[in-house]
Design a protein around this ligand. Sequence first.
Ligand code: FES
Ligand code: FES
Length: 188
Amino acid sequence: MGSSVNSSSTPPSIRLHVNAGACDVTAEPGTALLHVLRNDLALNGPKYGCGLGECGACTVLIDGVAARSCVIPVKAVQGREVTTLEGLGTRQQPGTTQQAFIDCQAAQCGYCLNGMIMTVEALLRRNPNPSDDAIRRELHHNLCRCGTHVEIMMAAHRAAQLRAGGAAGVDATVSESTPSLGGGARDD
Ligand code: FES
Ligand code: FES
């Protein structure tokens, strides 16, 4: 179901900047960005999980900062740069964070992965060499129901390594002291 369904009054056209391109969508201004991305722009990297801003499955970058697209009205991102999972790389040429998750096999069902990858990407853009604690804090409110936390921590360190130009093997010791990453609602 698209967000551009006509009713008696036609929703306005809204210009968006997504993944380094501009596009116009027809949507009610209060429509969640997530729905516009998925239903109107066919960008299905961001996932619908809770719809309440609590699980992180829908995470995108807005001006380089991780944000939960299920609770952000589309009108709020006019004039801002939105990056989705698709904007980080392609299947043939994954971005470094995507490649790191592949290298570490950091997935079971994969539903949380969009949020994990986008959140790690945002972290590494502002902190290229984060500690275990910094990664843990960043991912604390991204829920993974499959218990893939150990591999996700490894992938975050691997992504930092790849961004720095390193090609060394995966460091399996990273995860030894990894506690739960999933928590409750965001408090920031
Ligand atoms: S679907 Fe957006 S935070 Fe859960
Ligand atoms: S891999 Fe299934 S929710 Fe994280």
